[in-house]
Unconditional design. Sequence first.
Length: 272
Amino acid sequence: MAIGAPISRLVRKAAGVTLAQAWAGSGRDTAQVGPDPERIGRLAAFVELHVEQGRALDLSGDQVGIASAIWPHGRWRFDFRGEANHAGTTRLVDRHDPMLPYAETVLAARREARLAGAVATFGKIAVEPNGVNAIPSLVRGWLDSRAADQTTLDTVVTGIEEAARDYAAEHGVELDVVRESFTPVVEFDHALRDELARILGREGDGAGLKVPVLGTGAGHDAGILSGTVPTAMLFVRNPTGISHSPAEYAAEDDCVAGVRALADVLEGLARR
């Protein structure tokens, strides 16, 4: 049985079908999916081992790290509405092309994120009517933005939206911005995090491990469980810094170091 948010709250697929509907259609009983307070109550702690989805450990020269927090993050939909027309016969000065303010907004997102030390990405776009010889009537882009703290994230997204509205007005295009999802910062249990550092940094047998503490912009199972049970994370070095791609990589020695660190942590916590 899964332990997490009620299935009815899960994000819909592009076709509008929820996971609950998809499962019901395949004969599964969705009533059996959701939080299990009794099982959660038997958990003293949850420690997740995961490859780092960045290059912080590679740059510091460490094999293993401890997570401090999951950055707050969200997704916003930007709808630029213009006027469809013939690409070959409509004068440039007569156009209300939503692709232009969208393109400028993509560059603004990169600028705002760079200035704030955050990240912002337009990774998905839908165009109507989506014809090679047609000026679009609608350009819909999805922004994913994440930052180390809420204030920084708010600053970045506000800056992007303000720039987008200025660009839209300049080109005679309407703009709607909708926040589709948002996850606040997840601070991993400080006492548990300190205990991990103590266990891994033990002295006396020469096996002490240097374990830097670092944040992450990616969501994890430990983040979902953090609201009901003390959670922590261990990261293994990823020299490529690439994630969600076949190029994601961790050396065998680093993987072994991560497994040993997890084993040491579980043994240490079991003795508490």
